[in-house]
Design a protein around this ligand. Structure first.
Ligand SMILES: Cc1cc2nc3c(=O)[nH]c(=O)nc-3n(C[C@H](O)[C@H](O)[C@H](O)COP(=O)(O)O)c2cc1C
Length: 221
C-alpha cells in the first residue's frame, strides 16, 4: 500500500518542544552589520547541536529568470561575502555566468532560525579557488576531479569507473588542478534573520546595504 502523503503531512509539526529550544532574540540589541550576527548565530547553531549548519540552499536563475535551487556547502563568510564552490560548467555555473546574482537560504531547525542572503556573485581568482579545493578532503578533490557535473550520465557504471580514477588521482596528487572548480562569493545586499516564536510572533530582522552603510528594519512575519 502506498504512503498517504497528505495524512502523513498532517501529523508533522515544526519546532517540536522536545527537540527545539526557540531562543529569545532581541533585534534592538543586534549588531550594526549582518556578518557579525551571522557569525554569532552560526556558532550558536553549532553549539546547539544543529546538524550540518554549513549546508545552504543556493538559488540562481536561468537567463529568462526561471528560478533554480540546490544545496551547497558554505566555504566562508567574511567582508568579501558568503563563499561556495562548484564547477563553472555546471548548470548553476552557467546560470551564474549569464546572470551573476544569487540567494542563499540557511535553516537551523534546532533553534527555529532562518537566514537569507541576496546579492551579486563574483568568481574568485582561479588560484584562490584551487587553494580552497586543495585544503579540503581527498573525497572533495575526487568529487571535483570526477567533473562533468550536471551533464547527462549514461550509466552508473560509467560514474563508478570515472570516480575510481578520480579517487586514485586525488590520493596520488593532492594538488591536482581542476580548472572548472570555482570559488564564488555572494556579495550581500540584503540579509534577513528570522527567529521562530512558539506563539507565531516570529522576529524578522532585515539588513539592507545602502550608500551610507547597513540599515535595519523589522518585517511582519
Ligand atoms: C549536503 C549537500 C552538499 C552539497 N555541496 C555541494 C557543493 O558544495 N558544491 C557543489 O557543486 N554541489 C554540492 N552539492 C550537490 C548540489 O546540490 C547539486 O546536486 C550539484 O551541484 C549540481 O547542481 P546544478 O546542476 O544546479 O549545477 C551538495 C549536495 C548536498 C545534498
Amino acid at each position: 500500500m502506498g504512503t498517504d502523503l497528505h495524512e502523513l503531512l498532517r501529523t508533522l509539526r515544526v519546532w517540536d518542544p522536545e527537540t527545539t529550544e526557540l531562543p529569545a532574540f532581541d533585534p534592538a540589541a543586534a549588531p550594526a552589520e549582518p556578518l557579525a550576527l551571522f557569525t554569532e548565530w552560526f556558532a550558536q547553531a553549532v553549539a546547539a547541536g544543529q546538524s550540518e549548519p554549513h549546508t545552504m540552499s543556493l538559488a540562481t536563475a536561468d537567463p529568462d529568470g526561471t528560478p533554480d535551487v540546490r544545496i551547497v556547502m558554505l566555504h566562508g563568510a567574511d567582508e568579501e561575502g558568503w563563499a561556495f564552490a562548484t564547477h563553472a560548467n555546471s548548470r548553476k555555473g552557467r546560470q551564474l555566468a549569464a546572470r551573476p546574482y544569487a540567494a542563499l537560504g540557511f535553516y537551523w531547525p534546532v533553534q527555529g532560525r532562518q537566514v537569507r542572503v541576496r546579492g551579486p556573485v563574483t568568481a574568485a581568482p582561479a588560484q584562490e579557488g584551487q587553494a580552497d579545493l586543495h585544503a579540503r578532503s581527498t573525497g572533495a578533490l575526487a568529487a571535483a576531479l570526477t567533473g562533468r557535473q550536471s551533464e547527462v550520465l549514461v550509466s552508473t557504471q560509467e560514474l563508478a569507473r570515472v570516480s575510481e580514477e578520480a579517487w586514485e588521482r586525488a590520493r596520488r596528487q593532492p594538488d591536482a588542478p581542476v580548472p572548472s572548480w570555482t570559488l564564488y562569493r555572494v556579495h550581500p545586499e540584503e540579509v534577513e534573520f528570522f527567529q521562530g516564536d512558539d506563539r507565531r510572533r516570529h522576529v524578522r530582522l532585515a539588513y539592507r546595504r545602502t550608500e551610507e552603510g547597513w540599515t535595519k528594519a523589522l518585517l511582519w512575519p
